[in-house]
Design a protein around this ligand. Structure first.
Ligand code: 8YV
Length: 327
């Protein structure tokens, strides 16, 4: 029997490519070209599976043009690049990479929050420009992280991992808002308190966004929400571009209606709103919250595990729509 053909839509660890070659005819992308939807459709012809990243959109139009496709394995926990309903309707299994990136991403979210609160990027740029000639009592004074109120919007696995860091490591008071509250057993060790969204925004010293992107969370933070925040507060977004209205955030930062922000994700990335680039009080990073060698490798291996299992009669470890496909 001929082996299934799979596409690795983006470059990935060579060892993972080799592992997949043991099972499949692999069409890989060592040059790491980003495909247009038409190019992706063309390369998917005759493929039973694909390993994708956030840069590949899998929707009804593409699926209709790729009838042999049976599984799309995203190398990401977020899967807003997948139209899950369309995948299910087309009988295509979609998988993602939860858990393996939780702690790494939480580390980065916490670091970004601290960098914004303690003005690390701004002061580093000042030093590099050769402007540091003397000490002064109010030079780059920021706001404390320890003992402050950590407000988390989206209390999934990564949100809870950030809350643990704040509560147990930094003595922070944790409040959160989510579609559904945690169980009392989950809340107790971090003394997390469920609040409505307006209370979350009003009481936040440091607001961290960790919710999935969807039509419902588009611009969950815009000018109305920013207006509720303290002028001393920081906002950190490690979730997805589009959850924050970047133009409204840039205006709030410029007018010091909030103190600072840390952003790892952007509307329309890799483009960044030009107003954000000119502001001193925002720390900007290029979507790297999960980027440690170990975690990116674990994500690639898990995406590969999903592909192999789905196409060799096994049970994929982290399916998204398996239940829907069974019906
Ligand atoms: C990925 C991410 O690096 O897992 C996610 O949802 O945002 C990142 O870890 C990125 O999406 C590439 O696929």
């Amino acid at each position: 029997m001929s082996r299934p053909h799979v596409l690795l839509a983006r470059a990935v660890f060579p060892a993972v490519v080799e592992r997949l070659r043991e099972h499949f005819e692999v069409d890989d992308n060592p040059a790491d070209i980003i495909h247009s939807p038409a190019q992706l459709t063309a390369r998917l012809q005759g493929k039973a599976g694909a390993m994708t990243t956030g840069s590949e959109r899998i929707d009804a139009v593409l699926l209709a043009a790729c009838p042999e496709l049976r599984v799309v394995a995203n190398m990401a926990v977020g899967y807003n690049n997948f139209d899950i309903a369309a995948c299910t309707a087309a009988g295509v299994l979609a998988t993602n990479t939860p858990d393996v990136l939780t702690e790494t991403t939480a580390d980065f979210g916490f670091a970004l929050m601290m960098a914004a609160a303690r003005r690390m990027a701004e002061s580093e740029h000042f030093l590099r420009r050769g402007e540091w000639t003397r000490w002064s009592y109010d030079m780059f004074t920021g706001s404390d992280v320890h003992g402050a109120t950590l407000a988390i919007l989206g209390m999934g696995r990564i949100g809870q991992a950030i809350a643990r860091r704040g509560a147990l490591g930094f003595g922070m008071r944790v409040i959160y808002h989510n579609r559904s509250p945690l169980t009392p057993e989950q809340e107790a060790p971090i003394q997390a308190r469920y609040v409505d969204k307006a209370t979350l925004l009003r009481e936040a010293d440091h607001l961290v966004l960790v919710l999935p992107y969807s039509a419902a969370s588009h611009h969950a933070i815009g000018s109305a929400e920013l207006a509720l925040m303290k002028p001393t507060a920081t906002l950190t977004n490690i979730a997805r571009g589009g959850i924050v209205d970047d133009a409204a955030l840039a205006a709030a930062l410029h007018e010091r209606r909030i103190a600072a922000a840390g952003l790892d994700v952007f509307e329309g990335e890799p483009a960044v709103h030009p107003a954000l680039l000119t502001l001193p009080n925002v720390v900007l990073t290029p979507h790297i919250a999960s980027a440690t060698v170990a975690t990116r490798r674990a994500m690639a291996e898990l995406a590969a595990d999903n592909l192999v299992a789905a196409l060799t009669g096994g049970t994929p470890p982290t399916p998204i729509n398996a239940a829907g496909l069974k019906r």
